[in-house]
Structure formats: C-alpha cells, structure tokens
Design a protein around this ligand. Structure first.
Ligand code: 5GP
Ligand code: ZN
Length: 116
C-alpha cells in the first residue's frame, strides 16, 4: 500500500535491521525500542489492524504468532519471559496502520526473577 512505512520496509525502500524474512512474514527491530529487545513481526500482506483480519487470514495469523514465539526462543527471551502486544486503533496507541506484533523482552532481573 502506498505511503505505508511497513510496506516500504517490506519492499526494501526503507532499510531495517531484519531478524527474519520469508514469503509471508518479515520481522525487524523497532527503530525506537520500548524494551531491551523489541522486534516487530509484520505480515507482508497489508492489513490495517486486527479489526480488518478476515477468516481467510487465519493461517497467516497462526504464522505470525508462531514466528513471534520462534523468534522469542531464538533470541533467548523464554527464560526471562516476554510480552507480545498488538495495538489496535489510535485509541490504543497504534501509529502504523499495517498490522504488527510487538515482541518485547530482555529485561534485567533481580534475584527473585522480577524485571528491574
Ligand atoms: P504502533 O504504535 O503502531 O503499535 O507501533 C509502531 C512501531 O513502529 C513503533 O514502536 C515505532 O517505533 C516503530 N517504527 C515506526 N517507524 C519505523 C521505521 O521506520 N522502522 C522501524 N524499524 N520501526 C519503526
Ligand atoms: Zn502496509
């Protein structure tokens, strides 16, 4: 979609620090990280938000989820735990209207395992 920043990243028109790419999904580091590790998992198909996901997209949604959990494991986030966040709509803080999962983790822990 024209003027969509993530479509431009997918097309390679804007550079990104990629974590993974296949024919359906791309994942890259967030330019303005909100956690020590902050990766965005993005379908190559332009979908504005979860509000626009159709039944026919269910395989793609599964692909996004398993891609995110796989990246979390590969980046060593499982032991410390992680968040998977999707902002939907302006009111929820969505700024880029191309569906994406935020994978957030890598916090330092205190002796009891809590994030500090
Ligand atoms: P949203 O608020 O829409 O859920 O999240 C959009 C995210 O995209 C933000 O965390 C923001 O930092 C990130 N972002 C915006 N523009 C770019 C960009 O050009 N490159 C990368 N890597 N991340 C971006
Ligand atoms: Zn797009």
């Amino acid at each position: 979609m024209e003027n969509c920043i993530f479509c431009k990243i997918i097309k390679g028109e804007i550079p990104s620090k990629k974590v993974l790419e296949n024919n359906k999904v791309i994942a890259f580091y967030d330019i303005s990280p909100k956690a020590p590790v902050h990766v965005l998992i993005v379908p190559k198909k332009h979908i504005n938000s979860l509000m626009d996901v159709k039944k026919k997209d269910k395989d793609l949604m599964g692909e996004l989820l398993t891609t995110a959990t796989g990246i979390a494991q590969n980046l060593g986030l499982n032991s410390g735990g992680y968040k998977l966040v999707v902002n939907n709509g302006r009111g929820a803080g969505q700024l880029v209207f191309h569906l994406h999962f935020h994978l957030l983790g890598g916090w330092k822990k205190d002796a009891t395992g809590f994030a500090v």
